[in-house]
Ligand binder design. Structure first.
Ligand code: PEP
Ligand code: MG
Length: 325
C-alpha cells in the first residue's frame, strides 16, 4: 500500500468526477516547507507561529519574526502561505505569560483574546507579516475568533499597523488577504456576519469539536465523547461551509478532521474543496479523494446529515467510505 500511496506524490488531488481539490499543508516552522513541496501541495493552509514564542523569556522582535516569515515565503516558491497569528494560552504556555493557575485555560485568555490583550505583541507580529508579504502571497489568519467585535478589533489593529509602517516609510504589502478561524461555536453560528469582514475562512475542527461538545480535546477520560461526526458538529460544519460557498469566499478545514481519511468523503459531501493537514496525512487523504465521486457522495450525504444518532452516523459514514467511485 505504501508503494501505491507514493505514486500519488506527484498527482493532483482530483476526484473521479474531475473535481479539483486543494491540498494545503499545516506547518510549525519554515523547515517543514520543503518536505511538503514533495507532496505537490497547493500552499500552506496553516502556519502555526507559536514556536517563535515558546521556550524563551522574552517576546520575539519584529526583525526576528520578519526574517523567519521571509525565509518561509521564499521557500513557498510562489504558493500561498497562511500565517496564523500567535495562538497561545491553553496547552502552549510561554514562560513570559503567567498563566498556569487559571482554572479553565481553554475558556480563558487564549487565542485572539490574548492577542487583543497584548496589542504590542499582536501588532509587532502583523508588521513582520506585512513586510514579508512583499516577497510572496501571504495570508493572515486570526485564531479563536468568537465574535464580530473581536474581528472588528483585529481589523483596527491591522489598519494601525499599516499606518505605522507607512509612517516609517517601510516597504510592506497592504493588500494582504485576511481570514479567521472558525473554531468556537459562536463564530460558527455567526458566520454569515463574520464572512462580510474576511477574505477567507478556515475551520479548526479540533477546537470546534471540543467547544461544541464540551469535551476537552486532551483529556483521555472523555475521549470516547470526542466525536468529530457528532450530528451537532455536522450541523455547524454544514452551516459554515455552505455559508462560505454562498458568499463566494474560500473555505478550508485545518483541524485533524481534514487529515483523517475517514472523514474525507464526508467533508467532500459538505462541499469542502480545500483540505489543510499535517504533511504525513496528505497521501492517504489524496488517495481517498482520487477514489471518490462527489456526485455519488452528494446522493448519500443527506442520509447522514438528517440522522440525529451519533452511532448511526458512524455506521452510515463507514458505508459511505466503502462505496465504489
Ligand atoms: C484546530 O483547533 O482545529 C486547529 C487547527 O488549531 P490548533 O489545533 O492549533 O488549536
Ligand atoms: Mg485551535
Amino acid at each position: 500500500q505504501k508503494r501505491q500511496l507514493n505514486k500519488l506524490k506527484n498527482t493532483a488531488a482530483t476526484t473521479a468526477d474531475e473535481v479539483n481539490i486543494q491540498i494545503l499543508a499545516n506547518i510549525e516552522s519554515p523547515a517543514d516547507i520543503n518536505a511538503a513541496h514533495k507532496l505537490s501541495i497547493d500552499g500552506v493552509g496553516l502556519f502555526r507561529s507559536e514556536f517563535l514564542f515558546l521556550n524563551r523569556d522574552t517576546l520575539p522582535s519584529e526583525e526576528e519574526q520578519y526574517e523567519i516569515y521571509l525565509d518561509a515565503i521564499k521557500k513557498m516558491k510562489g504558493k500561498p502561505l497562511t500565517i496564523r497569528t500567535v495562538d497561545l494560552g491553553v496547552d502552549k504556555n510561554p514562560r513570559w505569560l503567567n498563566h498556569n493557575d487559571t482554572l479553565n485555560p481553554a475558556l480563558g485568555l487564549t487565542g485572539i483574546r490574548l492577542c487583543l490583550a497584548e496589542p504590542v505583541m499582536f501588532r509587532t507580529q502583523m508588521r513582520a507579516i506585512l513586510r514579508a508579504a512583499v516577497h510572496g502571497p501571504i495570508r493572515i489568519l486570526w485564531p479563536m475568533i468568537g465574535s464580530l467585535t473581536e474581528l472588528r478589533q483585529c481589523h483596527s489593529h491591522l489598519e494601525l499597523v499599516k499606518q505605522q509602517l507607512t509612517e516609517r516609510s517601510q516597504e510592506f504589502e497592504s493588500n494582504v488577504a485576511v481570514g479567521c478561524m472558525i473554531e468556537v461555536p459562536s463564530a460558527a453560528l455567526m458566520v454569515v456576519s463574520l464572512l462580510k469582514l474576511v477574505d477567507f475562512l478556515s475551520i479548526g475542527t479540533n477546537d470546534l469539536i471540543q467547544y461544541t461538545l464540551a469535551v476537552d480535546r486532551s483529556d483521555d477520560t472523555v475521549s470516547h465523547l470526542y466525536q468529530p461526526a457528532h450530528p451537532a458538529v455536522l450541523k455547524l460544519l454544514t452551516h459554515v461551509i455552505r455559508s462560505a460557498i454562498k458568499a463566494n469566499k474560500p473555505i478550508s478545514v485545518c483541524g485533524e478532521m481534514a487529515g483523517d481519511d475517514r472523514y474525507t468523503r464526508l467533508l467532500l459531501g459538505l462541499g469542502l474543496r480545500q483540505f489543510s493537514m499535517h504533511p504525513s496525512n496528505i497521501l492517504r487523504v489524496k488517495n481517498m479523494i482520487v477514489h471518490s465521486n462527489t456526485d455519488e457522495i452528494e446522493k448519500q450525504i443527506w442520509r447522514i446529515l438528517r440522522n440525529d444518532d451519533p452511532n448511526k452516523v458512524d455506521d452510515l459514514l463507514k458505508k459511505l467510505n466503502h462505496i465504489e467511485p
